[in-house]
Design a protein around this ligand. Structure first.
Ligand SMILES: CC(C)(COP(=O)(O)OP(=O)(O)OC[C@H]1O[C@@H](n2cnc3c(N)ncnc32)[C@H](O)[C@@H]1OP(=O)(O)O)[C@@H](O)C(=O)NCCC(=O)NCCS
Length: 178
């Protein structure tokens, strides 16, 4: 079993090439959609993946956010980043209760082994340090993604944050009470 190192992502341990070996691939077959006020699982199939250019662009975005002070946490195996999570400030919501869980991914060969759960808990700790009351997640509506968020304790958001919801209309707006 590979040793997994968890740490906060910094400009020292992360750079524009840090996602080069990351496998985002997800073969989606079913997605959740609200139909007549009820959540329904529909057969919607597509493949999510990032090519090298996309991985580089995302790595640069993560680095920029880290330099701006947004907490991010990574999981490394033999020096390779195999999972990451990032919060994006500032807080929002009527009571400033939310902080955005903006990025959350585990590389395909490492999914389903508890790495996402460990990263999620690190993000929760970071969010509490920023005095947030809840995480806000504009979540991918794929069946397996929603199953993971629900298993982690996320529920439908009490308050919809429209700037995020409008950006990804097929996402499901979730929250997690810290
Ligand atoms: C979502 C994701 C980050 C979770 O990371 P992970 O390392 O696979 O998750 P874990 O192994 O820590 O599992 C966390 C919980 O979710 C559950 N879970 C994970 N994958 C699941 C699946 N495919 N189906 C059902 N439950 C699942 C686990 O059983 C676990 O619950 P438990 O502790 O009660 O057993 C990861 O699967 C991923 O990167 N998926 C593709 C990208 C994605 O959807 N990102 C989120 C974008 S909004």
């Amino acid at each position: 079993m590979d040793t997994i190192i968890y740490d906060r992502i910094t400009a020292e341990n992360f750079n524009a090439a840090s996602l080069d070996g990351f496998i985002r691939r997800q073969e989606v077959t079913h997605c959740w959609r609200k139909r007549d006020g009820r959540w329904t699982l529909l057969p919607i199939a597509y493949v999510e993946d990032w090519d090298l250019e996309g991985r580089r662009r995302r790595a640069e975005n993560i680095l920029r956010s880290v330099k701006d002070g947004d907490p991010a946490y990574g999981a490394w195996v033999q020096g390779r980043l195999i999972g990451f999570v990032q919060l994006s400030g500032p807080r929002f919501g009527r009571r400033k209760q939310y902080i955005d869980l903006a990025r959350f991914h585990v590389s395909l060969p490492y999914r389903g082994r508890g790495i996402g759960k460990a990263l999620f808990h690190l993000a929760c700790q970071g969010a509490r340090e920023l005095s947030a009351e809840r995480l806000y997640i504009s979540a991918h509506s794929a069946q397996e993604t929603m199953a993971a968020y629900h298993a982690l304790g996320c529920v439908e958001a009490e308050e919809i944050y429209w700037p995020l919801a409008k950006k990804e209309p097929c996402d499901v707006q979730l929250e997690f009470l810290l």
